[in-house]
Design a protein around this ligand. Structure first.
Ligand code: IMP
Ligand code: MG
Length: 185
């Protein structure tokens, strides 16, 4: 029988093929965590985890963080189906006491960068000392303005992906590997 990581999956009406397997994800997260542990050791960061897509990434990454830090969750939503809607909603209650703190936004994927821009504007309003970004994936060719990701797992091409927290209409988040939309499907 084929291993999970070599088998295509069907989610609702779409077919997805294996793209980044769990072993590769694990290795990359280990090195990202080492980098963060070294660079942020004196910053006592708040990791602001963007729900829902980043929850599995954050859970694996943050268990490897061994420096003094806090963990918060925030909700931002901009996708419907496989398209960005360009409208982002933010729950600001979670930002009330971030004044003078060093924030690291933890995202699953940066696509157009609209969500990130919104988040950064929101966080800035509440007086954060610094804002950095940590994202598992980046569709670099889709960024709509020049943006810097301080800690980036993988740069990927402009194709919709699911698995390891990322969803297609709320399905597929629990897949252990990352899968890419099969356009031939
Ligand atoms: P952005 O605002 O266009 O950068 O989109 C950011 C958000 O859209 C991410 O945090 C994801 O939740 C979602 N998203 C973007 N691309 C994908 C994808 O390929 N698969 C699943 N969700 C995606
Ligand atoms: Mg997201």
């Amino acid at each position: 029988m084929a291993k999970d990581s070599t088998r295509s999956v069907k989610i609702l009406d779409l077919n997805f093929r294996p793209y980044i397997d769990k072993k590769k994800i694990k290795e990359r997260i280990k090195s990202l965590a080492e980098e963060i542990n070294t660079e942020e050791v004196h910053n006592e960061p708040i990791f602001l985890v963007v729900m829902t897509g980043a929850f599995i990434f954050a859970s694996d990454l943050l268990r490897r963080i061994n420096i003094d830090s806090d963990i918060r969750f925030i909700r931002a939503r901009s996708y419907s189906g496989t398209q960005s809607t360009g409208v982002v909603k933010l729950e600001e209650d979670y930002l009330l006491d971030i004044k003078d703190r060093n924030i690291i936004i933890v995202e699953d994927i940066i696509d157009t960068g609209i969500t990130l821009k919104f988040l950064k504007e929101g966080i800035t309003k509440f007086g954060a000392k610094s804002i950095k970004t940590c994202s598992l994936l980046s569709k670099t060719s889709c960024h709509t303005y020049p943006l810097h990701i301080n800690y980036c797992g993988f740069e990927i091409e402009d194709k919709f992906v699911v698995g390891y927290g990322l969803d297609y209409n709320d399905k597929g988040r629990n897949l252990k590997n990352i899968y890419q939309l099969d356009v031939e499907g």
